[in-house]
Design a protein around this ligand. Structure first.
Ligand code: PFF
Length: 456
């Protein structure tokens, strides 16, 4: 039999768990570079507008579905739209989160290895090419990345197996403040480097001439990815929300925390980049930024004070690990809740089953940098195809359908009841929100979807 459903215990725990799911590798390896290359503060303004017009309404839509149904991502549609085909939207999001988990944990595992390398001072005395060599030797090794991936899976497993309250909420309450403290220390160290002001200027100087249609699409995609929309995560977490939780406030807090961490990582990276005299290329995005470019930059930025460089690198990889784990536990939970409730399996068993399945497919993603590098599907490696299918197809599709479900299928009364907690709270601009959910969000995600296929 499935276990009794739990709830998040406190408002703070709820916000930190949801923010933990949003704050992840995407905030650190994508946002700062996108900002630097697409007009600095001008990009940040566009990004914040995307969060307001797209991120907030869709997050609220997922929260409404989750708390109203008090059920997992698939069960939610069974309850709110019984006998219809809407359940496929839930299934799509569970499939998306499964595929994302399989490849995300591989990269998250690499941060372990780099943390160990940083701790053992392995970056000392290395030159630019050594970092490329170091990364390709490590990622193509058949064993080391596998061990890291398994370690990350096991940590995630141990947290989620303890349940929503004692596992996810407790971990988030401990780790999110730690993530903030580490980020603040790194920002302070970085902005005090000589020449840091040039980096800050590069990040913040608004250059509206760089804003094009494609920049706006890019900012929309980034907002979508960064807030973990379309994966059923927010819907699953919301099914554990208490009935008296103010969902609008929670949404605003989560979006603010996620954006703040993304901007802070810009303040960590750019001052160090400019101090080291490095010129970032468009290709310095994603894993290559954090595993090749940044260790090199941190090393040269703190050449004068090697001890500081050592501490900076260790703390940076610790920041990445914490950000990654608070995201992987949320992904795991979507699948746990689904398996546990839909197949009436005990939580412990469901969690073990999910870990085993994801780990099995994760092995193929992991090995696609080494022994399976030549296995190509549609000209992509196994890792590449997992990333492409989930980020470009499944996530936007299920996000779009979720917003259509709330905007068009659910009665306005339901939305109103959920957002006002049955009339207890006053929620201004409900009509604006309904309009955004009905027209703007589906249209905007539709455009992102077409852009991913090169149609725009
Ligand atoms: N929002 C998290 C991040 O930015 O890393 C987690 C995440 C969301 C990972 C969506 C992957 C993904 F496709």
């Amino acid at each position: 039999m499935a276990d009794e459903r739990e709830n998040f215990g406190s408002k703070l725990g709820t916000v930190l768990a949801a923010a933990g799911s949003a704050v992840g590798l995407g905030n650190i390896w994508r946002f700062p570079i996108e900002t630097g290359q697409h007009g600095g503060a001008a990009y940040i303004i566009i990004y914040v507008l995307c969060i307001i017009m797209l991120g907030i309404p869709i997050m609220l839509a997922e929260f409404i579905i989750g708390r109203r149904s008090h059920s997992n991502a698939v069960g939610a549609y069974h309850k709110l739209a019984p006998g219809t085909q809407w359940k496929w939207v839930g299934r799509l999001s569970v499939l998306a989160v499964f595929i994302v988990t399989c490849y995300y944990v591989v990269v998250a595992g690499w941060t372990f290895e780099y943390m160990v390398l940083a701790m053992s001072n392995a970056f000392e005395g290395k030159h630019a090419n050594d970092y490329v060599e170091m990364f390709s030797t490590f990622s193509s090794n058949p064993w080391q990345p596998l061990v890291c991936m398994v370690a990350l899976f096991l940590i995630t497993h141990v947290i989620v197996v303890h349940g929503v309250n004692k596992g996810i909420e407790r971990f988030s309450k401990m780790m999110m403040p730690m993530l903030f403290i580490i980020a603040i220390i790194l920002v302070v160290c970085s902005v005090n480097l000589d020449g840091a002001s040039k980096g800050i200027d590069f990040l913040l100087r608004p250059d509206f001439s760089k804003i094009t249609g494609s920049t706006i699409l890019n900012a929309m995609g980034q907002a979508f990815y960064s807030l973990s929309l379309g994966m059923g995560i927010l819907c699953t977490y919301a099914s554990y929300f208490r009935k008296d939780l103010n969902m609008v406030k929670t949404t605003l807090n989560v979006c603010a925390i996620d954006t703040l961490v993304a901007i802070m990582s810009g303040f960590i990276i750019f001052p160090a980049v400019f101090h080291a005299g490095y010129e970032l290329q468009p290709s310095d995005i994603g894993p290559s930024l954090i595993f090749i470019t940044l260790p090199n930059i941190f090393q040269s930025a703190f050449q004068g004070v090697p001890a500081l460089g050592y501490i900076f690198s260790v703390m940076f990889y610790l920041l990445l690990i914490v950000a990654a784990i608070t995201s992987t536990i949320s992904m795991h939970e979507v699948m746990d809740a689904y398996v546990c409730e839909e197949f009436k399996i005990r939580r412990k068993k469901a969690t073990a089953l999910v870990t085993a399945c994801c780990m099995f497919f994760g092995v193929f993603c992991c090995l696609s940098f080494g022994p399976l590098a030549d296995v190509k599907i549609c000209h992509m490696t196994i890792f590449g195809i997992f990333d492409f299918v989930s980020s470009n197809i499944l996530l936007p599709l299920s996000g779009m359908l979720a917003s259509i479900f709330v905007g068009w299928y659910l009665k306005k009364k339901v939305i109103e009841e959920e957002l006002t907690n049955d009339g207890v709270l006053r929620v201004p601009m409900l009509n604006v929100l309904a309009f955004l959910l009905k027209y703007i969000a589906p249209a905007a995600i539709g455009v992102i979807f077409l852009k991913n296929f090169g149609i725009f």
